[in-house]
Design a protein around this ligand. Sequence first.
Ligand code: EPZ
Length: 417
Amino acid sequence: MNCIKISGPNILHGEVDVQGSKNAALPILAAAVLIPDISVVHNCPKIADIYHMISILEQIGCKVRWEGTSLVIDAKEIGDSRLPKEYVKAMRCSVVFMGAMLARRGEITLYYPGGCIIGKRPIDLHKKALGLLGAVFEEAADCIHAKTDGLTGSTIRMDFPSVGATQNAILAAVTAQGRTLIEGGAREPEVTELVRFLNCAGAKIVLGKKGQYEIEGVRQLHAVEFTVVSDRIVAGTYLLAGVASRGHILLHRAPVWHLGSVVEVLKKLGAKVTASGDCIELDAGGGICPIPYLETAVYPGFPTDLQSPLLAALSLAEGVSCVRERIFENRFAVAEQLRRMGADIQISKDTAVVCGVKYLVGNEVAAGELRGGAALVIAGLCARCETMITGCRYIDRGYEDICRDLQCLGGNMELMT
Ligand code: EPZ
């Protein structure tokens, strides 16, 4: 079994490139199904979820090949509308095939999607939005069949700005008959990037204020070439590792414009942060300031995906911090593992109270999900002695090569196979 061995403590120092965004690339790959031609998607991260997505595309009839870090997808012919269980259950994003396949084939059968165990993660909002556009559903114990006689534009008011449900609604609406208005949709960059991709392929989507999307259905999309934005969560993870280790790091190809709330938090933690073009420099030579109160929020708020890495950094702050998780109800599981390294974290319902300690001590710990795993890496880098992290397959779902990247920043760590 793979594990990451880290010898600490480390003060991170150096430069690294940020990989392409997982959560932007995944729905864009599903969107390629809508294009009866060739899509070339540059800057795709080589991570497990992308490989799963490719397997799904191939199963439904697409021809997919890598050219360096670009994916070339030929979706001229789509055959099977049943998605393979193995890959659908391996990740959450498989659910956005619903909108794309309803639009392209008029039907889809898929198992309930999997993904990180961070909450219940129902798909009621997806079904409601697609239902308004003309989809009907038949559900069995572990699988769902959706079909339509033809999608028609509609007004969709989202009860909550779900990222996936907004993406599904957009995918179903771009080639629907007539006009669709989505109100209260998600504004995360991973949604607006999907819009940018679809518009490059000939869609007519206008992004309004406050999560409003106006979509004029077009008859057909055309071939497209597109570059995926850099990953804001990977960038944020490395910046928080820089703070926790009191280091000085420079990220290249960073999505600076998507990191507003993260930079604000890094500054509150006491770091000096400067951005220029697509580079971001962090100098965290002093102590780590506690954060009296912070809550995760939908974009442009502080992202839930960085809550666990933040907990790791706050474990070493000079005082007491309080973090409230507002998006996923079960995203504090990593606290137990951090405690095994000496962190003082108490969880009460949706809130974590973190009393900073002077140092963490390496231990054997287990990643149970993606971002929690990244938090353990941060803690291991800062801890005295040796840390062994198992459950690397979770970390691989989102980080192309976390050991390679953090070694570039001076981290004394390696992947043990
Ligand atoms: C996306 O998940 C991301 N995943 C998540 O990243 C991210 O944490 C999340 O958005 C929030 O930013 C991908 O893009 C593949 P949601 P998604 O629908 O689309 C509830 C990572 O670490 N909800 O906005 O599943 C849901 O239970 C991952 O990379 C419903 O109640 O997020 C949650 O509490 C993890 N009914 C909240 O909304 C629904 O039908 C937000 O979920 C849909 C969602």
